[in-house]
Design a protein around this ligand. Sequence first.
Ligand SMILES: Nc1ncnc2c1ncn2[C@@H]1O[C@H](COP(=O)(O)OP(=O)(O)OP(=O)(O)O)[C@@H](O)[C@H]1O
Ligand SMILES: [Mg+2]
Length: 311
Amino acid sequence: MKKNCLVIGDLNIDLIFSSLERKPVFGSEILSKEWFLDIGGSGGIFSAVLSKLGINTCIVSKIGSDYLGDFLVKKLKVLKVNTDFVIIDEKRNTGITVNLSYPKDKYQISSLDILISLREGEINIRGIDNLDHVHFSSYFMMSGLHNKYLEVISNIRSQFKSVTFSLDTNDDPNNIWDGGLIDVINSMDILFLNENEALNITGMSNTKNALEKLASYLEVVIIKLGKKGYMAKIPEGYYTEKSLDVNFRDSTGAGDNFDAGFIYGFLSGLSDEISLKIANLCGAKSVEYLGGVGNEKKFIELKESVKELLN
Ligand SMILES: Nc1ncnc2c1ncn2[C@@H]1O[C@H](COP(=O)(O)OP(=O)(O)OP(=O)(O)O)[C@@H](O)[C@H]1O
Ligand SMILES: [Mg+2]
């Protein structure tokens, strides 16, 4: 039977400019050879990819009653993500991030007040009968939920006894790296971070030490290292793997594709080691395409590669 995953977190528009001539300079215009409008937000991208990999996925987030909100719902529905629990805020605009994408990194400009405004009282998941897993995205961004995560987790646990939890904090736009995070991490089964996030959260100067410290809180900790791959601590030990050698186009959402790949493996009953390999594959496939979600061709190739890996 298909597994069910609930995603609670950020959902917004991503407008991506790539193949840029140079970096922005105040007072001048730069040209981009390509642009792409896609589902964005770590939660939005994660939901779309997980659903395409074959997990029943449903997302709780907040969008405006506007053209961009309609675009997100329409596109998520095409990807078979359940949007019944997405909250429509009549007073605010749908969140948007403009990405200037370069081979090594990106500039991002975001307007995401609508996501910050999401409160625990607005989360209403009545109607969900079966839930195997809950994924929280962009902990720091979703500051309206701070101090309430533990309540949300305990409410879900009381309804669905064997449910598991994962978290990807993503960046802290305020550079504070706190907000009761350690208590939340303690309630998780799986934690995804990138290198910068792991160092800032633990206060360590070395990634291996950061991994070890984080592993004292929960069983599975994965630190994504961009082009360098990942390092992870799972119950069987430490694992590290380089990234796959692919034709780079755009890094938007690579981390969320990686997370979705791992959770797909985890919910499919595969070992953590194999799930990590699927994750690495998903991250690599993501950078070959514009946008975090990308297009149908990406998913055809991705599913083919996952099939090959499992054979
Ligand atoms: N240039 C690349 N080539 C191949 N694979 C890559 C490349 N960049 C990233 N990946 C894959 O994607 C994974 C996640 O990327 P990254 O470390 O950038 O995560 P992140 O910082 O969480 O990303 P995001 O910006 O989506 O939050 C890596 O661990 C790797 O598997
Ligand atoms: Mg990330």
